[in-house]
Design a binder for this molecule. Sequence first.
Ligand code: GLU
Length: 462
Amino acid sequence: MVVTRFAPSPTGYLHIGGLRTALFSYLWAKRNGGKFVLRIEDTDKARNSEAATEAILKAFEWLGLEADGEITYQSQRGAIYAKYIQQLLDEGKAYKCYMSKEELTTLRETQMANKERTRYDGRYRDFEGTPPEGIEPVIRIKAPLSGEILVKDGVKGDIAFQAEDILDDFVIARADGSPTYNFVVAVDDYLMGINEVIRGDDHLSNTPKQIVVYEALGFRVPAFYHVPMIHNAQGKKLSKRDGATDVMAYKEMGYTPEALLNFLVRLGWSHGDQEIFSMEEMQRLFDPKDINKSASIYNTEKLDWLNAHYIKNMSNEKLTELLTGYNVVLTSHDKKEMLLDALKERAKTLVQLATLIQEVITTPTEYDAKAVKKAFKGNAVEILNVFGAKLSKAEELKLPHDYHAVMEAVVNEMEIGFGKIGNPLRVALLGKMSGPGLDTVMAVIGKEETMLRIANAMTHVL
Ligand code: GLU
């Protein structure tokens, strides 16, 4: 069974890059009928916070990405790590190193002066004497110091790391007994049964070290897929300004989970030239072997385009529910179907949709000065008066075309073009020149409100 994982360090919110590898891992597990597990890597007490963990879980909930089984917290697994460290000590595969801080600094400085790679020199690797007093030792693993470590990567192919160039006997437990990052990742991935690791290629340099740990413990090494980073349009690593912000900020900006996930799945992965993927399709088609070898480019227009697509195709019921999160309550609005049908094709985000709706359902109190000037030329006031009079007499005004008919009657009777009534009416109803079709606006707000808005505008203009 394929078991994948997402293993965030709760040092801050969940960002786009992290979410993408989480999504890839989730999809690959689902495609194989496997499991996707979540592990919170919260061992760094100084940098981790519960709030960050909460934020990550909240983002998962919003996106509907559910992890299988219990969430694993590394902070609760000290005893497990201690056991494996002890095992390595007992087997002579790890050892205590009593080097002092000063000694380490001196060693580093000498190596730097000699233009050598800074590395631990193995002085306690085979130490058998009496340890110096007053020093709490760290524990180092005996790493191979020559030969190669082969990372078999499903995205990048086989990568041979020369032990000599990258390794030393690295620390697996600090002087206070706390285990280090590469050690716990390897132990947990094994114990949690994870056999396919999909993560950002910023972790590639950790992988040989983790392989050293797997091998020392006699653990099977998982399959790795290191995913190239997301770049901005300038080809640089994505920064906050480009959108590498909190995933929840996308919710605030009015993006739907469907659009965001669809957007992310296409960052670095493709299936022919298909752009739109439902969750079901993603789960059926995603394969980490098809992940691109080069960085992907973040493109906001694409995200907007996808979001518009999902909003346009969403049921009005679902939209009504989502809009409550954007301060628009339409639940009991008798014309909400008409309103949403007219507006959902015009919005790139739910925030925009909320604004468009507010603009229709709220009686304007301000009128755009330029629009007023442009619309209320000539006999605009007279035209609106004629329209108002006809409207007040009209019965059975229900649908947009009923209102359209009244406008048409005015146009015919006064022998004017549609713009002559359309422009001032639009400003009267919406306070500005833009917005959806007027017949729809009137059908949504109804006859009385339409008359009220016309009267209001007149007072304003005259
Ligand atoms: N905790 C690591 C991070 O947040 C990920 C570890 C891994 O995926 O192996 O960057």
